[in-house]
Write a protein that binds this ligand. Structure first.
Ligand SMILES: Nc1ncnc2c1ncn2[C@@H]1O[C@H](COP(=O)(O)OP(=O)(O)OP(=O)(O)O)[C@@H](O)[C@H]1O
Ligand SMILES: [Mg+2]
Length: 449
């Protein structure tokens, strides 16, 4: 399997190295060799290998030292120790220190090929497992609910954008679904069998963001007792989601820019650059163009990021999606076998509400309503909306009764009709059976647009 795998051989016996290289190349592997542990360390720092065939007795840097470094810093590199028959005890201790297996010299080619094959399978499993663990941690990506024209167009665009390999900027107010779209894009891209790695640029101080992103070498700073892989490394061949990218400090922006330009980065305290191939998705609720004009965000970085920009609309611009989403959350969160429904009034009420917190707010409203509603139906009071609509409504509704004033009904009804017709006044007026002039007066009166 996986014959495209790259193998590095480190052995001070040049004849053996050449022989091995011939045989492994013949099998389809890409192979390089070095004659000392010292050079092995240099090579693995510069390049990604899948397998290291490692001799123990080498003049300058001993195999065990190389192994130690690999176990510390290169989790994805599988080490197979090459050892003399007389030294099997050391080889076993190498396995304890993180080597995958050992082969005794003179080696048997079939055994060696089998061991390489097994090591590659193991590596594959480890990677898959890590991706799965990462996914479970983020909970399964949900589906995107939305049948309004704006959302259908957006989902369409997102699908196309996912197939390209460009960086993407997701712009949208809080709770509109930026993270959900990032997951959607990753899942629909050819990188979906590799990790989607998430970092929130607003949640950590500068120094930590840098070390999380790019990793560090042992001793790079006081607490760096071991070295650590950065997220850009972990995300190699996958997707890196930079949430709240508008919060990234001006000090870090050039470092990110450099990485976006050529995929190169350097661990903190590291001497050489490494490469990683990631697609970056950034998300922000800011207007980054404006931030750039005000010199809070670098223009060159913005242009690297927003090769494709997807703008996610506010929930109150999505018409009936509000109800579809409410029903989706009801289904998702109702207790087993007792699916609750929205009363007609609650539906109208939701349609009239602004949702400053967008989909997340709706999700919380429904979650809460399920808990507080007694019967099969969610009623208006279960929604507990503390907003303008609610305040206005309260003034007009008789205390303790669910009776709207006629005016309130009218307002809700007109708003509903407007949203339903995508704010097209001509169609709305026709649907309501009034003239456009009457509709216009009511819109003004109730402050509906
Ligand atoms: N169209 C949708 N269909 C189904 N669920 C959605 C939709 N949009 C958002 N959600 C859900 O709403 C919640 C908030 O979405 P998400 O976290 O993606 O928003 P966000 O834009 O990243 O918010 P913030 O700016 O606050 O980080 C999540 O639970 C998400 O699954
Ligand atoms: Mg988010």
């Amino acid at each position: 399997m996986k014959k495209e795998a790259k193998i590095l051989i480190a052995d001070d016996d040049a004849v053996l190295c050449e022989l091995l290289q011939d045989e492994l190349t013949h099998e389809g592997y890409t192979t390089e060799f070095v004659l000392d542990g010292k050079y092995a360390l240099e090579k693995i720092e510069q390049k990604k290998y899948d397998i290291l065939l490692l001799d123990l007795e080498m003049k300058e840097v001993h195999g065990e030292t190389v192994l130690q470094k690999v176990s510390e810093s290169y989790e994805n590199l599988m080490v197979i120790v090459l050892t003399a028959k007389s030294d099997v005890r050391t080889a076993i201790s190498c396995i304890r220190d993180g080597a995958y297996d050992f082969i005794t010299k003179p080696y048997d080619l079939d055994v060696l090929l089998l061991t390489i094959d097994r090591a590659l399978r193991q590596k594959d499993l480890i990677e898959k497992n890590r991706i799965l663990a990462n996914r479970v941690e983020q909970a399964r990506p949900g589906k995107i609910v939305g049948e309004s024209i704006v959302m259908r167009d957006l989902i369409n665009l997102a699908e196309k954008a996912a197939k390209s390999d460009s960086n993407i900027l997701l712009q949208g107010d809080t709770g509109t679904g930026k993270e959900l779209f990032a997951e959607f894009i990753h899942q629909n891209s050819k990188r979906n069998n590799k990790p989607l790695v998430v970092i929130n640029c607003a949640s950590l101080p500068d120094q930590l963001i840098e070390s999380e992103l790019f990793g560090y070498e042992k001793g790079a700073f006081t607490d760096a007792k071991t070295s650590k892989q950065g997220l850009v490394e972990i995300a190699d061949e996958g997707t890196l989601f930079l949430d709240e990218i508008g919060e990234l400090s001006l000090a870090l922006q050039p470092k990110l820019l450099r990485f976006l330009e050529n995929g190169e980065f350097r661990r903190i305290g590291g001497v050489s650059s490494q490469k990683s191939n990631v697609r970056v998705i950034g998300a922000t609720n800011k207007d980054l163009m404006k931030e750039a004009e005000n010199h809070n965000f670098r223009r060159d970085l913005l242009f690297r990021l927003n090769v494709i920009t997807l703008t996610i609309p506010q929930l109150n611009k999505r018409g009936r999606d509000i109800i579809l989403l409410a029903e989706y959350f009801l289904k998702k969160k109702s207790p087993y076998r007792s699916l609750k429904k929205l009363s007609k009034e609650a539906e109208l009420y939701l349609m009239a509400y602004d949702f400053p917190g967008n989909v997340r707010e709706l999700e919380h409203i429904i979650e809460r309503a399920i808990i507080f509603s007694d019967g099969e139906y969610i009623r208006i009071e279960d929604l507990n909306l503390t907003n303008k609509v609610e305040q206005e409504t309260k003034n007009r509704v008789h205390l303790g009764e669910e009776i709207f004033s006629l005016e309130e009904w009218e307002k809700i009804h007109i708003k509903n009709a407007l949203v339903y017709n995508n704010y097209n006044r001509e169609e709305t007026a026709r649907a309501l059976g009034v003239s456009q002039k009457t509709l216009y007066t009511k819109i003004r009166k109730y402050n509906l647009i």
